[in-house]
Design a protein around this ligand. Structure first.
Ligand code: ZN
Length: 266
C-alpha cells in the first residue's frame, strides 16, 4: 500500500528527483489566465498548490509510475489554471496525438470546421508522433470534495493520464458504452481508480464519466466491461503496465490481472 503521507527521501516537494519537471511545467500566469475578480489568487499561490498536489500524487507508487512514464515521452506538458468549465487536457499538435494513420474526431465537442454556413465535425489523421499537451486544472475547485475520483489529486491524475495518451500519440476518442463517453475516459478513469485503490486507506472507485458516483458491486465486473480498451492500452504501454502491476500488488482493484491480459507477456 502506498501512503500519501510518506515522502520518499529524494523528493522535496518542489522539484522531481530525475528532471521530470523539465517536461511537466506548471504555469499560473495571472495576467493571461487568472480568474477575474479573484483577489485570493496569484501566480505563486496557484503554482505552489499544483506542485503540492503533484507531490502528493508522486508519493504513491502508481502516481510515480504514471508521472515517470509521462516524463519519458519528452513532450512538454503544461498545467495552467482552469477558469471555466471542467478540467481538461488538450493536444497542442492534434495530428501527432492520434495513432498513425487513424482518422479521428477530437475528444471535445469543440472540434468543428466551418464550410460556408455549415458546421462540420472535424476529423484529423494521426501521425502517432506524440504531442505536447496543455492541462487546465485549478486545485482550489476541489477543496473539500471527497466523492469517488473527485479529490484534487485524483482529478489531476485523471488529466495526467489524458496527457499520457496525447504525448504517446495514442489518444483515442472513439465512443464507449457504460456512460464512459470515449476510450480515453475508460483509460483515465481506470488508472485513477487503480491509484485510489492503493491509497491508505483505499478510496472509492469512480463508476463512469457522467459524475463522481462510486462503483457498486464487484470491481471485477466493472473491469470486465472495459476489457478491450485495457488490453489495447497494455499492448501499447507494456513498461508502464508492468510498473503499475508491481505498484498495486496489494490492491483489491486489478485491471491488468492475468484474465484481462491473457497471454500478453509484459
Ligand atoms: Zn477525462
Amino acid at each position: 500500500m502506498a501512503d500519501v503521507q510518506q515522502a520518499p527521501a529524494a523528493f522535496d516537494g518542489l522539484s522531481f528527483p530525475d528532471g521530470q519537471d523539465d517536461v511537466i511545467l506548471v504555469w499560473g500566469d495571472s495576467s493571461v489566465f487568472g480568474p477575474k475578480g479573484r483577489t485570493d489568487w496569484s501566480q505563486t499561490n496557484y503554482e505552489n498548490a499544483v506542485v503540492q498536489v503533484l507531490s502528493n500524487i508522486y508519493r504513491s507508487q502508481v502516481g510515480k509510475a504514471l508521472i515517470d512514464h509521462l516524463a519519458r515521452q519528452d513532450r512538454l506538458v503544461m498545467i495552467m489554471p482552469c477558469t471555466t468549465g471542467d478540467p481538461r487536457t488538450t493536444a497542442m499538435d492534434i495530428h501527432a496525438a492520434f495513432p498513425a494513420g487513424v482518422r479521428e474526431r477530437l475528444c471535445t465537442s469543440t472540434g468543428y470546421r466551418h464550410v460556408g454556413a455549415r458546421r462540420l465535425l472535424a476529423r484529423y489523421t494521426g501521425t502517432g508522433r506524440g504531442s505536447p499537451a496543455a492541462i487546465l486544472f485549478t486545485p482550489g475547485a476541489y477543496v473539500g470534495k471527497t466523492s469517488a475520483g473527485e479529490r484534487q489529486d485524483e482529478v489531476l491524475l485523471h488529466e495526467l493520464v489524458h496527457a499520457i495518451r496525447i504525448t504517446t500519440g495514442t489518444q483515442t476518442c472513439r465512443p464507449w458504452g457504460h456512460q464512459m463517453h470515449s476510450v480515453d475516459e475508460v483509460i483515465a478513469i481506470t488508472l485513477t481508480n487503480l491509484y485510489s485503490s492503493t491509497l491508505n486507506p483505499p478510496r472509492p472507485l469512480r463508476k463512469d464519466h457522467t459524475g463522481y458516483s462510486a462503483v457498486q458491486g464487484s470491481p471485477e465486473d466493472w473491469i470486465d466491461h472495459m476489457k478491450p480498451a485495457l488490453q489495447e492500452f497494455a499492448r501499447r504501454n507494456q513498461l508502464l503496465v508492468y510498473h503499475l502491476q508491481r505498484a498495486s500488488l496489494q490492491s483489491g482493484f486489478q485491471p491488468f490481472r492475468g484474465s484481462i491480459l491473457g497471454s500478453m507477456q509484459l
